[in-house]
Design a protein around this ligand. Structure first.
Ligand code: KE4
Length: 427
């Protein structure tokens, strides 16, 4: 495939933008080739600057659940833009959006709009610390909650020690308040709670992990997490930036029937525009300024354009439940056919999936946490990724990311994808 324009753009971009990209994963660093520069998207397809066409399984990392340039979303943006894009003042649309979210996620009694998933999670942590008057949080190895300092932490050695910075610029004092447990291992959480009794404000979790590749919750993990938090007066925060409106209309909390104390949202909620949100129990949320003392603000929070795009998408998903049936059917078809091929060919690979989120891990291990995900052969993944791209399938450029199917994908797209996968996993 010809990528001369993308290659030239990548060289040029690196002069003015760190790494040539505005978010690291886009640089294709772990898959052994230059990134392609995308010119446009429509439905399930994207075209790059060299006119190569791809069936897209990134979907802007989740938001494009109904495909790119959905006519109703484009129309809403165009219509609203002509009346002004942002006022920095209260608007009716923000009230309608808050009421729409509440109608979809009953655990969210009150909600505050922000501009990214990172803003949502950092604000939720601040609120949890203020509400509980405790300083520490527990996160899980391999889970990503955006780039706020408290989350860029890796596990220290041993169960009881505190986290250590996972990025330069994150201070030891910030890291000291973040503890790191193992996903799907309730004992690792119990140990940290006992070691730090009365000091933990919140446990934040991706209820279905997407940021180590797709890792579903096992057995009763989420139920046990919920009861542990209730017993210890620790707030349970479901980071549903990726899973919200994705794994079910009501997110993972609906799919697994768990009621978190706070929920963070992003991606789909914005319909492709920059939107995040955090919400939960009224007695907690009412502590946010100006009704309470916990400060959080944002110039563009709830702006008309983003609200129009997000409300249009959420309303379509709420009124057209058949999209989720299609997403589940497509996901199951990919999972079943690729696992069948792997067994036939005795390939060391496994497929993890929840609804329309999936990852092919190049390991014979059952991937249930970050450590088992890390047994994957990332070189093999790179070969697979490049083969898929060269045959017109655009996957997340990392073994440790989830792929996303959209309701704009056709049966023909799925069949073409599976046929290409069956060859590319053998690379
Ligand atoms: P943003 O600040 O990127 O909008 O959201 C941060 C975030 C928070 N929580 C979860 C569960 C997330 O998945 C994310 C962001 N996800 C990544 C994809 N792995 C965004 C892609 C990127 O960083 O470019």
């Amino acid at each position: 495939m010809k990528t001369t324009k993308s290659d030239a753009l990548f060289q040029r971009a690196q002069i003015s933008i760190p790494g040539g990209v505005n978010s690291p994963v886009r640089a294709f660093k772990s898959v052994g080739r230059n990134p392609v520069f995308i010119k446009k998207g429509w439905g399930s397809k994207m075209w790059d600057e060299d006119e190569n066409v791809y069936i897209d399984y990134v979907g802007s990392w989740g938001p494009m659940i109904l495909g790119h340039a959905h006519p109703a979303i484009v129309e809403a943006i165009q219509r609203v833009a002509s009346d002004g894009t942002s006022f920095g003042a209260a608007t009716e649309r923000e009230v309608e959006m808050a009421e729409l979210i509440r109608s979809i996620m009953p655990s969210v009694e009150m909600v505050r709009m922000v501009n990214s998933g990172t803003e949502a999670t950092m604000s939720a942590i601040r609120l949890a610390r203020a509400y509980t008057k405790r300083n520490k949080i527990i996160k899980f190895d391999g889970c990503y909650h955006g780039h706020a300092d408290s989350f860029l932490i890796k596990a220290g050695s041993g169960a009881a020690t505190l986290g250590v910075p996972d990025s330069p610029g994150v201070t030891a004092s910030v890291a000291a308040h973040t503890l790191v447990a193992e996903f799907n291992n309730i004992n690792s959480v119990q140990a940290l709670v006992e070691e730090n009794r009365g000091e933990i404000a919140a446990i934040i979790v991706e209820p279905v992990v997407g940021n180590m590749g797709c890792i579903p919750p096992q057995n009763n993990f989420l139920i046990e997490l919920r009861s542990l938090c209730t017993k210890e007066n620790i707030l349970l925060i479901f980071d549903e930036v990726m899973t919200g409106f994705r794994v079910a209309l009501g997110g993972a909390q609906q799919r697994y029937s768990i009621t978190p104390d706070l929920t963070t949202l992003g991606k789909i909620i914005g319909g492709g525009l920059p939107v995040g949100a955090y919400g939960g129990r009224k007695e907690i949320m009412s502590q946010i300024a100006p009704s309470g003392q916990v400060y959080q603000a944002g110039t563009l929070s709830g702006n008309p354009l983003a609200m129009a795009a997000g409300m249009t998408l959420l309303t379509l998903l709420k009124n057209e439940p058949f999209h989720y049936e299609k997403l589940e059917r497509y996901g199951a078809e990919i999972e079943t056919k690729i696992m069948k091929k792997a067994v036939e060919q005795q390939l060391p690979l496994t497929v993890n999936r929840v609804g329309s989120m999936f990852t092919i891990f190049f390991t014979k291990e059952h991937v249930v946490n970050a450590d088992s995900a890390r047994t994957s052969d990332t070189k093999k993944f790179g070969n697979y990724f490049r083969s898929m791209l060269e045959h017109g399938i655009y996957l997340p450029p990392s073994q440790f990311e989830a792929a996303f199917i959209s309701a704009a994908h056709t049966q023909e797209d799925i069949e073409q994808t599976i046929a290409t996968m069956e060859k590319s996993i053998l690379q």
